[in-house]
Ligand binder design. Structure first.
Ligand SMILES: *Cc1c(COP(=O)(O)O)cnc(C)c1O
Length: 188
């Protein structure tokens, strides 16, 4: 069986349709791991209609529903709450974004230059992990044309009620402390 990783389609050398054609040509079944690709719910049948022999979706992600307007609103509220908790930290770029494929729901993205905060993303992730409630941020290591920027991301759709508030408070605590200590350093 040939395994296709849906999330990485844009990074691969061939797209889903070409993958299926190759499988059919050699008589090998094709499997699309689309675990994080609901919502939208149309995706539940999209890839089998396209010709994949087996498609899987994660029961713990969008499948668990209810996939309605109200849930989308709650995700917006959560990402905004996280974003607002660090908006006043000037060295930080705070962005809410929706990935085009997989986990197609609002996420928080924080980026900064290490010199401005005096701390790397790995350092911040470790502090989040070491807290009284251990928090795991999504690590991103990508070089941009303008140079390397520290980056962490947060998904909110797997959080349980009340957890976003805890993450927001902890984020604020860590970044405020960082800002204060880097200002102190800058002032001599
Ligand atoms: C989440 C995920 C899985 C695992 O799904 P579970 O339901 O947690 O077992 C597998 N593949 C991809 C691409 C995923 O995003």
């Amino acid at each position: 069986m040939m395994l296709f990783f849906n999330d990485n389609e844009s990074k691969g050398k061939i797209v889903a349709e070409e993958f299926i054609v190759i499988g059919k040509r050699y008589g090998i079944p094709t499997f699309n791991d689309a675990a994080a690709d609901v919502p939208p719910t149309e995706n539940l049948s999209k890839y089998t209609r396209m010709g994949f022999d087996l498609v899987t979706f994660s029961g713990g992600k969008g499948m668990r529903g209810p996939q309605k307007e109200a849930e989308a609103k709650e995700w917006d509220r959560r990402t905004k709450l996280l974003a607002d908790s660090v908006r006043d930290i000037q060295a930080l770029d705070v962005e809410i974004f929706i990935p085009p494929i997989a986990n197609h729901v609002p996420h928080l993205k924080l980026t900064w230059n290490q010199e401005d905060l005096g701390l790397s993303a790995d350092c911040i992730r470790q502090q989040l992990r070491d807290g009284n409630v251990s928090i795991e941020a999504i690590p991103i290591y990508s070089y941009e044309p303008s140079g390397y920027r520290e980056e962490i991301r947060f998904g909110v759709w797997m959080m349980l009620p009340g957890e976003t508030e805890i993450v927001a408070q902890r984020l604020r605590e860590i970044f405020r402390k960082t800002r204060i200590s880097s200002q102190t350093t800058n002032d001599g």
